[in-house]
Write a protein that binds this ligand. Structure first.
Ligand code: ADP
Ligand code: MG
Length: 607
């Protein structure tokens, strides 16, 4: 079997995506490989195809039970024998799985990193022919990443126990240099093929809003999305509870996920979402790693997350099937305060000295700042994110709230001058809110107590809306005319270039002509990639969706593992009548056809 045949037969795809083929080829030829690709790019196939074609067994090291479960279910659905070894198995089940592994019943086995150095696993591993080790979510090996897992550091020790070193593949969506270098060196990859694909996800539309009421804004967004699945991320457990309760009270089908719930409840709620029993998941960032649910149509951030890495990873859970999807961030100043609170109380990792701990804290601070700037930039949001990850491209995507908003350039020189002068003439350093309040002429106690009403610039911008003053301050910081200090209470500081403004350098700023339309509804969808620009019969889609749900219930797997929304949409467009035509649909291979092909054919025939 060739790699193309495997791709079609087991996965139902007729071509590789960017980067996949190079990585597959490398692993097949026995050369180590590292794939850095964004969430949803299709990293799994890069090792699953070689796993099928290589003579022996592939061990996949994976950090999360939910992730393994999902992947193993997908593989078994596709007719590939796979299993997982982790703490969700009883000791009896674990033993049986190990025996099956030794007997050669699996082609691919997922294992939790904590199991690698156990006697029973090492013993089994030495008795089988391992062709490849694939390290999924490889960033877990780095202390610089979000998700450091000390047991990932055991991987090299485990390799030492093997009679011969199999080829190694490492995969992650985390693109920062430190993490990449850690993966290369800690896993001791040998002359690896190294692929970093573009981080752009064209089907995602990015939106930032700063609503007066987040709850109202959220309901407005949901109004046009009644039949779609989505995730709403909140920063704290308390907010998750509140938002979820509001949703349920208004009759939405919602569930919740955070670290304060029991394991059983978390699992139950997660399954409700994965199996399409609940439409909306309200969660903290504890939810999501390894969630491959492909039909998440929107991700709303009810709060700004702590950094762009987290944001892109969480937002990236939308639209994994490639269909147009929305990523909407609802910003408020309080989000900065909450994140700052988390940074200040960050537990140092075990075995870190004070110096490293404080370096990590400083880095988190900087990342938070970059995240905040994202919420204030008037430039292309996509370009902002991509630049953050080191990609430079066009500054206009036409598919984010900034590119879709009409801006006009306004001269802000006078306001900028007053703000900078106010900072310059105050005796102490103050935060952004206080400075804006001062020039606005606010009478609040903080201003009065600090005698800021004596500042010569007090009230000098009293006719300018406060939100605009804050926007100008942020824009000054983004462009380096001001600095926002680190520390528990970030304050505004002058920079070398602040003077230039006072000496008459102009400060033009892009200002929205009107408030951005609330997270534009469905009308705009046809612009993005995907199939939705083509007309198809929604009622047929509904029928196929119900059939998929029936099958998923019978087989006890999430519906998207049977077929993705994209596959169903394509069926509605192509209306296949024969097996051959059915096999042309993306996502339908021989294996899936044999299982479900005829039921779907006759459903399409009935119309
Ligand atoms: P990642 O691990 O990179 O986040 P996955 O491996 O989970 O992404 O893949 C995301 C989705 O893309 C899956 O639904 C997968 O079936 C699909 N996919 C992967 N490769 C291809 C391909 N060559 N053609 C079409 N779809 C693909
Ligand atoms: Mg993955």
């Amino acid at each position: 079997m060739t790699k193309y045949e495997a791709l079609k037969k087991y996965f139902g795809y007729s071509s590789f995506r960017t980067g996949q083929e190079t990585l597959v080829d490398a692993l097949l030829s026995g050369r180590d490989a590292m794939g850095i690709m964004p969430t949803g790019a299709g990293k799994s196939l890069c090792y699953q195809i070689p796993a099928l074609l290589l003579p022996g067994i592939t061990i996949v090291i994976s950090p999360l039970i939910s992730l393994m479960k999902d992947q193993v279910a997908t593989l078994n659905q596709a007719g590939i024998h796979a299993a997982y070894l982790n703490s969700s198995l009883t000791s009896g089940q674990y033993k049986t799985a190990l025996q099956n592994l030794i007997r050669g019943q699996y082609k691919i086995v997922y294992v939790a990193p904590e199991r690698l150095l156990t006697d029973s696993f090492i013993d089994a591993a030495r008795r089988i022919d391992i062709s490849m080790i694939s390290v999924d979510e490889a960033h877990c090996i780095s202390q610089w990443g979000q998700d450091f897992r000390p047991s990932y550091l055991h991987i090299p020790d485990f390799l030492d126990h093997l009679a011969h070193r199999p080829v190694i593949g490492a995969f992650t969506a985390t693109a920062t240099r430190e993490v990449r270098e850690d993966i290369l060196s800690l896993l001791a990859l040998q002359n690896p093929v190294h692929i970093v694909t573009g981080f752009d996800r064209k089907n995602l539309r990015f939106t930032v809003q700063q609503p007066a009421s987040k709850l109202k804004a959220m309901f407005e967004i949901l109004r046009s999305r009644t039949d779609e699945c989505g995730i709403i991320y909140c920063l704290t457990r308390k907010t998750v509870e509140e938002v979820c309760e509001e949703l349920i009270r208004k009759g939405y089908s919602a569930t919740r996920y955070h670290a304060g719930l029991s394991d059983t409840e978390r699992q139950h709620n997660q399954d409700d979402f994965l199996y399409d029993r609940k439409q909306i998941m309200v969660a903290t960032n504890a939810f999501g790693m390894g969630i491959d649910k492909s039909n998440v149509r929107y991700v709303i951030h009810y709060n700004m997350p702590k950094n762009i890495e987290s944001y892109y990873q969480e937002a990236g859970r939308a639209g994994r099937d490639g269909l147009p999807s929305d990523c909407i961030l609802l910003y408020s100043g309080q989000d900065v305060v909450t994140n700052q609170f988390f940074i200040d109380r960050m537990e140092p990792l075990p075995d870190t000295d004070e110096e490293t701990a404080s370096a990590i804290r400083a880095r988190e601070q900087e990342r938070l700042k970059q995240m905040t700037f994202y919420c204030f930039t008037n430039d292309c949001l996509r370009a902002y994110i991509l630049r953050y990850f080191g990609e430079y491209g066009e500054g206009y995507c036409g598919n984010c709230s900034n590119c879709l908003t009409q801006f006009e350039e306004k001269d802000m020189t006078e306001i900028a001058n007053k703000l900078i002068s106010c900072i310059k003439s105050s005796r102490r350093e103050y935060g952004l809110v206080t400075i804006a309040d001062t020039v606005h002429g606010s009478q609040n106690t903080k201003i009065l107590r600090a005698h800021l009403d004596d500042n010569p610039y007090y009230g000098s911008c009293k006719d300018i809306p406060i939100h605009l003053l804050r926007q100008v301050l942020n824009s000054l910081a983004i462009h380096g005319y001001l600095k926002i200090s680190d520390g528990e209470y970030p304050v505004l500081q002058l920079t070398d270039t602040s003077q230039k403004l006072l000496k008459g350098e102009p400060f033009p700023m892009k200002i929205a002509k009107e408030r951005p339309k609330p997270a534009t509804g469905k009308s705009s969808k046809s612009e993005a990639s995907g199939n939705s620009s083509v007309c198809y019969d929604r009622s047929l889609f509904e029928k196929l969706r119900i059939l998929r749900l029936e099958i998923a219930r019978q087989e006890k797997v999430p519906p998207y593992i049977v077929f993705s929304d994209k596959t169903l949409t394509q069926m509605c467009i192509l209306l296949p009548k024969t097996k051959e035509e059915m096999l042309c649909v993306s996502g339908i291979g021989e294996m899936k056809y044999a299982k479900y092909g005829e039921r779907f054919l006759s459903a399409i025939q009935r119309g």
